[in-house]
Design a protein around this ligand. Sequence first.
Ligand SMILES: Cc1cc2nc3c(=O)[nH]c(=O)nc-3n(C[C@H](O)[C@H](O)[C@H](O)COP(=O)(O)OP(=O)(O)OC[C@H]3O[C@@H](n4cnc5c(N)ncnc54)[C@H](O)[C@@H]3O)c2cc1C
Length: 360
Amino acid sequence: MKPGFTLQVCVIGAGLAGLACAVAASAQGARVEVLDERPTLSAHPTHVNVVPNLLRDLVTLGVAQECVRAGFPYRGIRVLDGSGRTCFELPTPRLAPAGYPEALGMAHADLTHILARAAQERGVALQMQTRVETLVWRQGKAVLGLSGGRERVPDLILLATGARSPLRLAALGCSPAPSCLGPDWTYAQLPRPPGLDHAMLVLDSGGQRAFVVPIGPSAVGIALTRGEDARAMPPVLQPLLAHLTPATPRVERPLLAGLLPAPWHRGALVCVGECAHALPPHFGQSAAQALEDAVVLKALLAQGLAPTALAQRFTERRHARASQVYDIVTDAARSQVSPNEATDLHDLFHRLSSLVAEPA
Ligand SMILES: Cc1cc2nc3c(=O)[nH]c(=O)nc-3n(C[C@H](O)[C@H](O)[C@H](O)COP(=O)(O)OP(=O)(O)OC[C@H]3O[C@@H](n4cnc5c(N)ncnc54)[C@H](O)[C@@H]3O)c2cc1C
């Protein structure tokens, strides 16, 4: 791009992917606007498992220190059976620089607000209650039609609207629906029992699954199957689940998976986050892959590529790696829905760890 030229970037969607990309693009000197149809940023009562590769990428985006302050550092994930016996431990190698923890748990809303604040501090215009109603192509350029009849024709569009947005069809002419891998999971935040300072994955022989991670001195985040009946959960979870009452704020989320086939771009528009790769929550890669998109975007912008070349390079760099992560994580999700002796969770975890140990 010519010296002195300021790239105009429009990000559609203020979820983790859109906000992280806004942070990345503004850090590279772009003028960035984020549009979201919701009245406020998402504040659902869930957690993010900040796995080692996600923490490394938060460092690259310049927001890791705030995340560490807001969250609860932990080391290793204990895998327990329903009676509370530790079967094995999944390691969390340090991928962030010295001085940072290996991994942490934090509230989803805290990560969202940290990214939004960082974006705004770098000059990003965050426009809530602004729905992109239409996307049409005029002379090779995407034209966005906003609620209220306004139009935008930015230099670069990042489509961060999630896995089920009709805009993706308008953008690419193809929008496969994500597959449902199993029953909904329930997410909630509960009081942290004294001494629960590690993450744990409970795999009960009856088929119940739960992941628990501390997210602060007084709270844990929990994701579990069969949340409608806490009494059916394994004994090891009972003290914690005594706090999960009908009044507890919670979110039911379908176990979805969907990988958009390449190309993820057309012209100077590119899909990021769940719009390109919707992952089940296993192994904490859902948010981690969204943040990887932002880190790659930052690196490509630093190369000064023209928007169409950048969009193409983005697909080239992200599609193969996200596909590998997707295959491993969906195998893990399927094996937990229909336990299969041939699927070794330990092996899948190690394959994933060695894959994401290298930056994208
Ligand atoms: C309940 C829940 C729990 C989760 N728990 C975890 C977890 O524990 N660990 C983890 O790693 N990940 C978790 N995730 C997933 C993680 O939040 C996502 O992977 C990550 O946020 C990336 O999503 P995204 O930004 O691509 O899409 P989304 O978060 O879906 O954001 C899309 C945004 O686009 C906006 N939008 C859509 N269409 C339009 C339009 N036409 N105009 C304007 N705006 C539009 C929406 O309002 C929304 O804000 C969870 C997600 C949910 C919903």
